[in-house]
Design a protein around this ligand. Structure first.
Ligand code: PLP
Length: 448
């Protein structure tokens, strides 16, 4: 330390200066002029810095599936950091990474037997895309370089994810992205499907877009198709009946890998451990993150079939089989958090609880039909999308106003465009469901 610094003595910490942190996906100047600051959390609630309790109707950011600050998870993290704070997983290992991979493979849809760890959903997606490309090459089909995503898809913020993703604001300012990417049409069809409970009736035929792409590009140039089984971040788009089955069949017909991005739908959100189990359609690769550690420590996990893994195990045994990985792949603290999270989910039956609450949840949320400017409501598991009519000339303004008013009224919701998305922790009580919907009804009336 320089003498000048040593002489300066203790310096005040600038806790009231919001300037330096460039906040993600946030209107920084607007936020900093009227900040929403969270100080602590327990179970279904946050506590704001002004002491108000805030009911969490979005599991933080779709990740705190077991509720906040759950004791087993907190204790596991505390114990792990004191015992093994970091261990490389390049040419070394530590037991919890293997244990966690085995447990994830055991609970995943059958056939998804191998797990590659990363630190976020974005990284899990980029890992999946890279594995898909490298898999075909390992089998002598390196000309399969094309990736197919879907309009309105959200696959994180890496260059791979935004390239196959289909949310325009996330793509348009960042250049051309990956070459050789195409997009299926999205499945949102309010004219035919408005106010559907569960899977909408219409739209399975939209999967046939994939056949058109095969006809246009040639199947032999396509590596993989990536979709969210239920699209969350774009405003809760539930797959039409038969749609995912049709995508699976077309992939099988043409040798394309099917990737399900289950970063939001994984870990019980739709009433089964994974959406693929709920829908009875198994992908070749599945991405997860968020709920894997209950949001406590960053972690992503990409699960692949044995056929894919085995294709990489054909070369000389002393050769690295996949030139990919992160310093924090399989981080010990994330692994400890994830193991304790899985214990908590299992001990409390949380991975199927959304199925038990589904009717109750749908009844409550669909009671908002008829309120001013509510033009669609969609529900499945413990997810809901409530679409509001935009204010003329001011898209997003109505929903954002609802978001702010909800916070003032003591509730955290999430909005995308003019859609309100709800996804409470899976421990939500029936009384809290009523509270969420009651507060939201008042909020929606107030933004009429
Ligand atoms: C389906 C999906 N994929 C990927 C991501 C990106 O995850 P992360 O923000 O952890 O990078 C998200 C985040 O919401 C997501 O919903």
């Amino acid at each position: 330390m320089s003498e000048a610094l040593a002489d300066a003595g203790p310096r005040p910490v600038a806790t009231n200066n919001l300037e330096a942190f460039w906040m993600p996906f946030t209107a920084n100047r607007q936020f900093k002029s009227a900040p929403r600051l969270l100080a602590s959390a327990k179970d279904m609630h946050y506590v704001a810095t002004d002491g108000r309790r805030i009911l969490d109707a979005t599991s933080g950011l779709w990740c705190v599936n077991a509720g906040h600050c759950r004791p087993k998870i907190v204790e596991a993290i505390q114990a792990q950091v004191a015992e093994l704070d970091f261990a490389p997983t390049f040419q070394f290992g530590h037991p919890k990474a293997f244990e966690l991979a085995s447990r994830l493979a055991a609970m995943a849809p059958s056939g998804l037997d191998h797990v590659f760890f990363s630190n976020s959903g974005s990284e899990a997606v980029d890992t999946a895309l890279k594995i898909a490309l490298a898999y075909h090459r390992a089998r002598g089909e390196g000309q399969r370089f094309r990736l197919i995503g879907r309009e309105r898809g959200y696959h994180g913020v890496g260059f791979g994810g935004i390239s196959v993703g289909g949310m325009v604001a996330n793509r348009k300012t960042f250049g051309p992205g990956l070459p050789a990417v195409d997009h299926l049409r999205h499945t949102h069809d309010p004219e035919r499907n408005a106010f559907s409970r569960g899977l909408p009736e219409h739209g399975a035929e939209l999967a046939d877009d994939l056949e058109r792409m095969v006809a246009l590009h040639g199947a032999e140039t396509i590596a993989a198709v990536i979709v969210e089984p239920l699209a969350g971040s774009t405003g809760v788009l539930v797959p039409p009946k038969g749609y995912l089955e049709r995508l699976r069949a077309i992939c099988d017909r043409h040798g394309l890998l099917l990737i399900f991005d289950e970063v939001i739908t994984g870990f019980g959100r739709l009433g089964a451990p994974f959406a693929s189990e709920r829908f009875g359609v198994t992908p070749d690769i599945m991405t997860t993150a968020k709920g894997v550690t209950n949001g406590t420590i960053p972690m992503g996990a990409t699960l692949v079939s044995s056929a894919i893994y085995d294709a990489f195990m054909q070369g000389p045994e002393n050769m690295i089989d996949l030139f990919h990985g992160y310093t924090y792949t399989g981080h010990p603290i994330a692994c400890a958090a994830a193991l304790a999270t899985l214990d908590t989910y299992q001990a409390e039956g949380l991975l199927t609880r959304a199925l038990q609450l589904e009717t109750r949840w749908a009844d409550a949320v669909h009671s908002l039909k008829g309120l001013p400017h509510v033009i669609d409501i969609r529900t499945l598991g413990l997810v809901a999308g409530i679409e509001l009519e935009p204010i003329e000339g001011q898209p997003t303004a109505r929903a954002f106003s609802a978001f702010r008013k909800a916070f003032d009224a003591g509730m955290m919701i999430r909005t995308t465009g003019d859609i309100i998305a709800l996804s409470p922790p899976l421990i939500v009580s029936e009384a809290q469901i009523d509270e969420i919907v009651g507060t939201l009804a008042d909020v929606i009336k107030s933004v009429a």
